[in-house]
Design a protein around this ligand. Structure first.
Ligand SMILES: [Zn+2]
Ligand SMILES: [Zn+2]
Length: 152
């Protein structure tokens, strides 16, 4: 249902840019709209290829750009030079914690942080368009493996 709506939005976005609605582009869009995780462009490409799709790297990148501009996917700066994507349609705002050892992504949402942020921005006369919080550190599992994890 949601995917279908997303595909329609994507199709319209292609037309607006005078890009052809090809089966490859639709396949990429579907994979993105159905993704349940945070993924890089290369991981998406590998996933599509594993599924037998004949898509190239350039097409994947270009399609992600169209999905981004159409607000169907969000870009996350999780790593130095490594951008992750996640489906935006049908999802509410949230922020992330990233384990620098195993790359695990934990999502969190705090009404208090959101509120405080708006307050700070307002005090500075700043209009917020979008924001991202990403906390980097060690997840519970990796801390336990290292043997110095305090009970949290
Ligand atoms: Zn970890
Ligand atoms: Zn997320």
């Amino acid at each position: 249902m949601e995917t279908q709506k997303g595909l329609e939005t994507f199709r319209a976005a292609l037309c607006r840019r005078h890009l052809a609605v090809t089966s490859q582009r639709m396949k990429i869009a579907r994979a993105v709209l159905e993704a349940q995780d945070h993924f890089t462009a290369d991981a998406l490409l590998a996933r599509l290829k594993a599924d037998g799709a004949r898509v190239g790297r350039v097409t994947v990148y270009r399609t992600l750009k169209v999905l981004l501009e159409a607000g169907l996917v969000e870009e996350r700066a999780f790593d130095k030079g490594r951008v992750a994507y996640e489906r935006a349609l049908g999802r509410s705002h949230h922020d992330h914690m990233i384990c620098v050892t195993c790359r695990r992504v934990i999502e969190f949402e705090s009404a208090r942080i959101e509120r405080e942020q708006r307050r700070q921005a307002q005090a500075c006369g700043f209009e917020v368009l979008t924001h991202q919080h990403t906390l980097f550190g060690h997840c519970r599992g990796c801390r336990a493996k290292r043997g110095n994890g305090s009970k949290a």
